[in-house]
Write a protein that binds this ligand. Structure first.
Ligand SMILES: Nc1ncnc2c1ncn2[C@@H]1O[C@H](COP(=O)(O)OP(=O)(O)O)[C@@H](O)[C@H]1O
Ligand SMILES: [Mg+2]
Length: 170
C-alpha cells in the first residue's frame, strides 16, 4: 500500500428488495463485501444477479433497505449524508471509479481500450475500480473477482497475476 492508495468499501448485511408482495424481487440478500483501497475489483455474474444494484448502492445512487455501507471512509447507509458524500466525491479526485459493464456494448477492440484506461488510471493514481461485468474474460484484468448469483456473493477470488487489459480477448 502506498499513500496514493485511496478509497475502499465495507458492506455488511446489505439487502434490497424491489416491489412488494407477490411482485417483490430480492435483488440483494445480506451482502457482505470488503474492498481494499486501490484495488481493481470485478463483480461478475449472470444477468439479474444483482450486480448493478450492488454498484448503485456503493455509488449512493440507490439506497439499501438494510445493512451498513462505508465507502471511502464515509458512512452512506442513511439519506442526507449520502448526498453530501456524493457531492464531495465528485468535487475532488475520485477515490473509487464505478463502472457498470464498461465494455458491454462495445466491439472487442474498443472494449479492450476502455479496460486499459480503467486499469492505467487505477495503476497511475491509486484509485480503486469496481467494475461490473457478465464477461469472464474482462474480469481477468481485476485484482479481485467477486462472483454473484441470485442476489448473493458466492465467491471472492484473488487474481494472483491480473492480465494486462491490452492482452485479453473475448
Ligand atoms: N428498478 C427495479 N425495479 C424492479 N426490479 C428491479 C429493478 N432493478 C433491478 N430489478 C431486479 O432486481 C434483480 C437484480 O437486478 P440487477 O441488479 O440489475 O442485476 P444485474 O445487474 O446483475 O443484471 C433482477 O431480478 C432485476 O429484474
Ligand atoms: Mg446490470
Amino acid at each position: 500500500m502506498t499513500e496514493h492508495m485511496r478509497g475502499g468499501a465495507r458492506l455488511r448485511g446489505v439487502s434490497k428488495t424491489y416491489g412488494e408482495g407477490g411482485a417483490a424481487v430480492r435483488a440483494l440478500r445480506e451482502v457482505d463485501l470488503d474492498i481494499s483501497a486501490g484495488e481493481f475489483v470485478a463483480i461478475l455474474g449472470p444477468s439479474g444477479s444483482g450486480k448493478t444494484t450492488l454498484l448503485n448502492i456503493i455509488g449512493g445512487i440507490e439506497s439499501a433497505d438494510r445493512g451498513a455501507i462505508v465507502v471511502a471512509g464515509q458512512d452512506i447507509s442513511r439519506g442526507e449524508q449520502q448526498r453530501v458524500s456524493i457531492a464531495r466525491a465528485l468535487a475532488t479526485d475520485p477515490d473509487l471509479l464505478l463502472a457498470d459493464e464498461p465494455a458491454g456494448a462495445l466491439d472487442v477492440a474498443t472494449g479492450r481500450r476502455v479496460l486499459e484506461l480503467l486499469q492505467q488510471t487505477s495503476r497511475a493514481t491509486g484509485c480503486g475500480v469496481i467494475m461490473v461485468t457478465h464477461n469472464e474474460a474482462t474480469a481477468e484484468v481485476a485484482d479481485h473477482v467477486v462472483r454473484m448469483r441470485d442476489g448473493a456473493i458466492v465467491s471472492t477470488d484473488r487474481n494472483t497475476s491480473p492480465a494486462d487489459a491490452a492482452t485479453i480477448h473475448w
